[in-house]
Design a protein. Structure first.
Length: 468
């Protein structure tokens, strides 16, 4: 769930919660006030009645009169004698023969209770009447007030509170949604820009921000841009260092190789030592060449000269050259080849092919097989280099195109192992041709590299799907 949704839910829930709490408080207070008022009224009427009530010598009730009851039309009265007979009741309920509050009727102390008689909600005050010092029972008096008006007021209040809570929650949700959206918009821009930088591998980009640099978002963007700047500086100096060192190393290496030739011609040194020096110098030359290429590629100084390239011709060239390298050790063959023209730099594409095929030859044990195939799939050219070598361990697969990365085993495998630069250069070349390079491998069963390149525009409509 996004931060925006979470904050919106939080704010509207908070608003609703506070309003509901406030509403419940008001509801309880108003209810108490109304009930208190009703009870005061009942008590007042009771006092009036008691003033007019006498008990005769035998102990019978003798209510002189109930005139005040007419004045308080909302109050009903029942007076029961000591024998449980209805002595008198107010006008409106003269037909009612049961107590106004049957449950409270037996109470020995004055008591307020709610009672429901014939669907009417009543508040009933029950007072047991006692006479004399011996507190002899003289009957019971019950006074009731209709709570229908109070109930209606409470229901209306509840509805108003609910409506206010729902309306304010909706208003809070809408307002939060827009304000949070506006507040978070720069963060989305930061995310988008960070993703762009990662996608394009371009540290020179900066996040634009129109707002003030003092607020939290401004500070975040400034910090992010500062970090980018620092990274860019570090990265540039690393590239420059790499380019300078590899450039500087080329001359002494040429001198070493020249001197080896000279010593060989003069015949004054052991041939085995000379060959060893020569091999190492060649290896170093390759490393220096790769390093220079890598540095140029990363700094964008490796120009690609695009022309129409017959990928099939290129593949056959590489096949012929590499067959010499494979000798009888491994079998190198082409399983399928279609005419596939693409737009690209022939030298660089050839370099990629040579790298993939020489890797396959290098890592496949004697007796193994390397199969090359080229065809069209949709609007793309698909070139496959498959070998029956040792495969690449699953943990190495995600890093295989990183520079200087070598699968652990290959470091110890042989001196023939390279420096882990070939595939990262191949990756750079293919992605800069608008293509993709993929690898699939099963340890112990072999590796398959697959290159996808866009076909030449004129070829796209005639493309076909080759059979495997
Ligand atoms: P290197 O010059 O070391 O071969 P690469 O960048 O060309 O460098 O390859 C990186 C690593 O990928 C190699 O060290 C090797 O471990 C692994 N690798 C590449 N191709 C194959 C293959 N065909 N079979 C097995 N492992 C391979």
């Amino acid at each position: 769930m996004s931060l925006r949704v979470r904050l919106t839910i939080l704010y509207s829930a908070l608003t609703g919660g506070i309003l509901l709490l406030f509403g419940v408080l008001i509801y309880v207070l108003v209810s108490m006030l109304l009930i208190n008022q009703v009870e005061d009224n009942l008590l007042q009427t009771f006092n009036d009645i008691i003033e007019n009530t006498r008990v005769d010598s035998v102990g019978d009730l003798n209510v002189v009169t109930l005139p005040q009851l007419d004045l308080t039309a909302n109050v009903y009265v029942q007076i029961w004698d000591a024998n449980g007979r209805l002595h008198s009741s107010s006008a409106g309920i003269s037909r009612l023969q049961q107590p106004l509050d049957p449950q409270g009727f037996q109470s020995r102390t004055p008591l307020y209770r709610d009672s429901y008689i014939q669907a009417a909600h009543l508040r009933v005050l029950t007072v047991p009447l006692v006479v004399g010092a011996e507190r002899r029972s003289a009957g019971v008096i019950q006074l009731a007030a209709n709570l229908n008006v109070v109930d209606a007021a409470r229901t209306a209040l509840l509805q108003i509170i609910a409506v206010i809570a729902i309306v304010s929650m909706t208003v809070a949700a809408v307002a939060s949604w827009f304000t949070i959206g506006r507040a978070l918009a720069p963060i989305s821009a930061v995310t988008e820009m960070a993703l762009n930088i990662a996608r394009a591998d371009d540290l020179s980009n900066r996040i634009p921000y129109q707002g003030t640099a003092d607020d939290e978002i401004g500070q975040l963007i400034t910090a992010f841009n500062d970090t980018l700047e620092r990274l860019e500086r570090l990265f540039t100096s690393q590239q420059r260092f790499l380019a300078d060192v590899s450039h500087e190393l080329r001359t002494p290496l040429t001198v070493v190789k020249g001197n080896v030739d000279l010593l060989r011609k003069m015949g004054c040194a052991d041939e085995e030592s000379l060959s060893s020096i020569e091999d190492e110098a060649d290896r170093l030359s390759r490393l220096v060449g790769d390093l220079l290429l890598e540095a140029q590629a990363e700094s964008g100084k490796l120009p690609l000269k695009f022309t129409d390239v017959e990928l099939d011709t290129l593949l056959l060239d590489v096949y012929r050259e590499m067959r010499i390298l494979a000798r009888d050790r491994v079998k190198l063959k082409v399983s399928q080849i279609d005419q596939v023209p693409v737009l690209g730099d022939p030298d660089r594409l050839k370099q990629v092919l040579i790298n993939l095929v020489s890797n396959a030859i290098k890592y496949t044990p004697p007796g193994g097989e390397i199969i090359l195939s080229l065809g069209k799939v949709g609007e793309q050219a698909r070139l496959i280099v498959r070998d029956t070598g040792p495969g690449i361990p699953a943990e190495d697969m995600p890093h295989i195109f990183e520079r200087f990365y070598r699968a652990e085993k290959s470091r110890t495998r042989s001196k023939a192992g390279g420096f882990g630069l070939g595939l990262s250069i191949a990756y750079w070349i293919i992605t800069n041709h608008g293509g993709q390079i993929e690898v699939a491998s099963q340890e112990g069963e072999g590796t398959t590299f697959c290159i996808w390149l866009p076909l030449l525009r004129s070829q796209r409509s005639e493309s076909s799907i080759p059979s495997e």
